[in-house]
Design a protein around this ligand. Structure first.
Ligand SMILES: [Zn+2]
Length: 88
């Protein structure tokens, strides 16, 4: 399996995945520079490091997806409270 470029969860909640080199890192102010990987709720992006091996990067991705999923749950719950639950 390859790491996807983006994932859209219900409610049009789009998660972007960026694989960033060391020299690109400064271009992304929301990336946590000290971490192997990070999730930023502000731009709904998972940042992964190009320098990590494929296996490690996949584990980083799966870990950050848990954070993204947790934030999506709050988002979706909030939307549901505003709009009422869907009929189907
Ligand atoms: Zn974490």
């Amino acid at each position: 399996m390859k790491i996807p470029h983006q994932i859209t969860l219900p409610g049009h909640y789009r998660i972007r995945i960026r694989i960033v080199t060391r020299s690109q890192a400064k271009l992304f102010p929301l990336l946590d520079r000290d971490a192997y990987a990070s999730w930023s709720i502000d731009d709904r992006t998972i940042y992964l490091r190009k320098s990590r091996t494929g296996t490690d990067r996949m584990e980083d991705f799966l870990h950050e997806m848990e954070h993204a999923f947790t934030d999506w749950k709050d988002y979706f719950r909030g939307r549901t409270e505003q709009e009422g639950p869907c009929a189907r």
